[in-house]
Design a protein. Structure first.
Length: 140
């Protein structure tokens, strides 16, 4: 049976969306990932773009409010920003709750190239850090 993981961020527009796409791609046989926000803002188009560079399409993802997942069982809940970590509701039933903070790419100031490089860096950091965590947590 696939493990279920929920990624939480404030806006559910960028980091949590990238994490959902990456983990559903990289761990497709072992994990089913979902994402939500405490204050959903809509899908970030630059996040869609940098994911497409890897051949991962998140363009049809939706920015969901965490309340949509109330009462659903999860094996892991991972918050990706401090605000979501503080506002994360309590999950019961053996949930492994972890916080992994990452920079917020939409807050980047600079040229288009500089901004896109931050999106790529954060995407790659999410893939690496969460990938290592899941390999240790579920075995590989």
């Amino acid at each position: 049976m696939k493990k279920r993981i929920l990624f939480l961020c404030t806006g559910n527009s960028c980091r949590s969306q990238m994490a959902e796409g990456l983990i559903n791609h990289d761990f497709s046989g072992q994990v089913r990932a979902f994402s939500a926000g405490t204050e959903p803002k809509g899908l970030n188009l630059k996040a869609v773009q940098v994911m497409a560079e890897l051949g991962i399409d998140i363009s049809k993802n939706t920015a969901d409010h965490i309340s949509q997942y109330e009462g659903q069982p999860f094996d892991f809940v991972i918050t990706l920003c401090g605000d979501a970590n503080e506002k994360c509701p309590l999950f019961f039933g053996g949930v492994h709750r972890t916080h992994m903070g990452f920079d917020d790419p939409p807050k980047t100031i600079g040229s288009e190239e500089e901004v896109m490089n931050v999106y790529r860096r954060v995407r790659d950091e999410i893939r690496e850090k969460i990938g290592v965590y899941l390999c240790q947590a579920i075995g590989d």
